[in-house]
Design a protein around this ligand. Structure first.
Ligand SMILES: [Zn+2]
Ligand SMILES: [Zn+2]
Length: 134
């Protein structure tokens, strides 16, 4: 599978037995359909967050292609006030998160700010930042 943004091959990382596809170049993350639900805590906040997803048409962001079926993905606005815009395959293969978007989203959907997934995501992004500074 290749990154929809820079066409770099995606690498597979495992977080809590969930496989995520990660681009080491742009730090975007692909989640197969259903994996986001698994990454979030089982709380009311999760349901509210997932319900806040809605299609977003008024954006000039470039359309990306699904890494599985190559169809143009739709923009999805998460939690209107914060302006997180993610991409969803129209055939529901999964979701694409640009750098840091998944972390923001998991933080919103979790009651426990120190949970394992948040810590792992923070480490992932920090590692890359240190690398570029060298
Ligand atoms: Zn990329
Ligand atoms: Zn697709």
């Amino acid at each position: 599978m290749h990154c929809p943004r820079c066409e770099n091959p995606l690498i597979i990382l495992e977080i809590n037995e969930i496989e995520i596809d990660y681009c080491t170049d742009c730090q975007g993350i692909w989640l197969d359909s259903g994996e986001l639900e698994l990454l979030l805590d089982d709380s009311e906040k999760k349901d509210l967050l997932l319900k806040s997803f809605k299609k977003y048409f008024e954006t000039s962001e470039a359309k990306l292609k699904c890494p599985i079926c190559s169809k143009k993905m739709q923009k999805i606005l998460v939690d209107e006030s914060e302006k997180i815009i993610i991409d969803e395959c129209p055939n529901f293969h999964g979701l694409w998160f640009d750098k840091g978007e998944l972390l923001e989203l998991v933080e919103k959907g979790s009651l426990d700010k120190e949970n394992q997934i948040i810590t792992l995501l923070k480490d992932m992004f920090k590692y890359k930042i240190n690398q570029t500074e060298e």
